[in-house]
Design a protein around this ligand. Structure first.
Ligand SMILES: Cc1ncc(COP(=O)(O)O)c(C=O)c1O
Length: 405
C-alpha cells in the first residue's frame, strides 16, 4: 500500500490552490508533477556548477558523472544496459532522429506497420520516413468498440517486406495496454524491428525491454515525475550499426553518437532522482531494479483501486460514455476518455476545470484514435488521468461534478 498522504507531501505542486481549495492534477497523461527530491537534484547541478563533458576538471567530471548515473538509472528503469540509453530533447525528437537513420536502410517496396491507437509522435515520424523512401505504410487498427489493439491486428499485416513495427505499450488517449511480446516475436520472425512508444506506460507499469522483446523503446521523464527530457533505448547492436545523423566530432560509438549537441545535465540528474523516487515507493531492496518492481506493484494496487472507483461511479451516470476498456485490471492503465451526452467535450472539461479538476479535452495528439472513434471532428473526448499521487477524494470530486452535468 502507498502511504498516500506522505507521498503527496513530497510534491510541492500538489498543494496549489484555486478558489480556496486544492486543485486536483488529473492531467498526468499530459505530464506529471515533480517531487521535491527531483527538483532539488535539478537545482543542485546548477548550484554546484556544471561544465561540458570531457574536460577532465571538476565541474566537467561532474557532467560525466551525472550522465553516467542517468544512464545507469534508466537502464535499471527499463532493464537495459547503460550503453543502450540515449538522452534527447523529448520522445518526438528522438523518434524523428531514429526514423531518419532507420529509413536509410529501407528500400522502395519495403513496408512498415503503424497503428491507429498511437500518439502522432509514433506515427508521423515513421510515415514521413516511409514516404521519403518509397516504403508502404500499413495501418493496424484497434477495435473502437472495446478500445483494444489485438496483437493479431499487427501480426496479420506482417510479411517479409515489413522492416518496422511501431506500436505503443499504453495508449495516452484510452489507457489501453498493448500485449507487445507476441508482436515482437512475430516481427522478428519476419526480420522486422519493433519500436515501442512507452511514454504513456512510464508512470504506471514496470517496463522490461527484455520481456517486451523490442528493439527500441522511448519514454519521456516528464510523464514519470521527472523533467522535460526524452530517453531512447536501443539494442546495442542496432545503436552501433545504424548510421546516426551526427556532427563529425561527436562520438562515433553508442550511446553518445545518438545524442546531438549538448545535453541538459540538470535534467539528466533529475531523471536519476525520478527513478530513485519511484524505486523508493517499493521500499529498500537489494537492487534498484528490485525496488522498482515492488514500487510498480504498489502503484498498480493504488491506481487499480482509483480506476474501480471511477468506473463504478460513471456506471451510475447515464450521460457519461466511456471509450475504452470498461474494467480495471491488466488490460488498461488509469487513463479514461469519456464523452458526456449533450455537452461538447470542451464544455464538459470546462466544468471540471472550474472545480479545480485539471483535465484535458480534444484529441491529445492521438489523432487516428479519435478519428476511429468518430469524435475527431466533434471536439474529441474528455481525458481524466489518475497517477499514484491522486486520491479517492479526487475521484469523488470528479464524479460529483460529472453527476451535476
Ligand atoms: C503516448 C505518447 N507518446 C509520445 C508523446 C510525445 O512525447 P514528447 O512530448 O516527449 O515528445 C506523448 C506525449 O504526450 C505521449 O503521450
Amino acid at each position: 500500500m502507498l502511504p498516500i498522504e506522505e507521498v503527496r507531501s513530497r510534491f510541492p505542486a500538489l498543494h496549489r490552490r484555486e478558489n480556496g481549495r486544492e486543485v486536483a492534477y488529473l492531467d498526468g497523461p499530459g505530464g506529471t508533477q515533480m517531487p521535491q527530491i527531483v527538483i532539488d537534484a535539478m537545482a543542485s547541478v546548477l548550484e554546484d556548477g556544471i561544465s561540458n563533458l570531457g574536460g577532465g576538471y571538476g565541474a566537467s567530471i561532474a557532467a560525466d558523472e551525472v550522465t553516467a548515473s542517468g544512464r545507469k538509472a534508466m537502464a535499471d528503469f527499463l532493464n537495459a544496459d547503460p550503453g543502450e540509453i540515449v538522452f534527447g530533447q523529448n520522445m518526438t525528437s528522438l523518434t524523428f532522429a531514429l526514423s531518419r537513420a532507420l529509413a536509410g536502410t529501407w528500400n522502395p517496396g519495403d513496408a512498415i506497420v503503424v497503428t491507429s491507437l498511437d500518439h502522432d509522435a509514433n506515427y508521423t515520424p515513421w510515415v514521413r520516413a516511409a514516404e521519403e523512401h518509397g516504403v508502404e505504410v500499413r495501418l493496424a487498427k484497434f477495435d473502437s468498440t472495446t478500445g483494444v489493439l489485438d496483437p493479431e491486428a499487427i501480426i496479420d499485416l506482417l510479411d517479409d517486406r515489413v522492416r518496422l513495427v511501431a506500436v505503443c505499450l499504453a495508449s495516452n488517449a484510452l489507457g489501453t495496454l498493448v500485449d507487445i511480446p507476441p508482436i515482437s516475436a512475430a516481427a522478428h520472425e519476419r526480420g522486422a524491428v519493433v519500436f515501442v512508444d512507452a511514454v504513456h506506460a512510464g508512470p504506471h507499469v514496470s517496463i522490461d525491454v527484455e520481456t517486451l522483446g523490442c528493439d527500441f523503446l522511448a519514454v519521456s521523464a516528464y510523464k514519470f515525475f521527472g523533467p522535460h527530457i526524452g530517453i531512447l533505448y536501443g539494442r546495442l547492436e542496432h545503436l552501433a550499426e545504424l548510421d546516426a545523423y551526427k556532427v563529425r566530432p561527436a562520438p562515433s560509438d553508442p550511446p553518445g553518437k545518438w545524442e546531438t549537441g549538448t545535453q541538459s545535465f540538470e535534467s539528466i540528474a533529475a531523471v536519476t532522482a525520478a527513478v530513485d523516487y519511484i524505486a523508493g515507493l517499493g521500499g529498500s531492496g537489494d537492487t534498484r531494479r528490485a525496488s522498482l518492481l515492488r514500487a510498480h506493484e504498489n502503484i498498480s494496487v493504488h491506481e487499480t483501486s482509483l480506476s474501480r472507483q471511477f468506473l463504478a461511479g460513471i456506471g451510475q451516470l447515464s450521460k457519461v460514455r466511456l471509450s475504452g476498456v470498461p474494467e480495471a485490471g491488466d488490460r488498461r492503465v488509469s487513463t479514461f476518455a469519456i464523452g458526456v451526452d449533450g455537452y461538447h467535450p470542451g464544455d464538459a472539461a470546462q466544468r471540471l476545470l472550474a472545480n479545480g479538476l485539471y483535465v484535458w479535452s480534444g484529441h491529445y495528439y492521438a489523432v487516428k484514435a479519435m478519428a476511429e472513434l468518430g469524435v475527431l471532428d466533434e471536439g474529441g473526448l474528455v481525458r481524466i488521468g489518475f497517477v499514484h499521487y491522486n486520491t479517492s477524494q479526487e475521484v469523488d470530486r470528479v464524479l460529483d461534478t460529472l453527476a451535476a452535468l
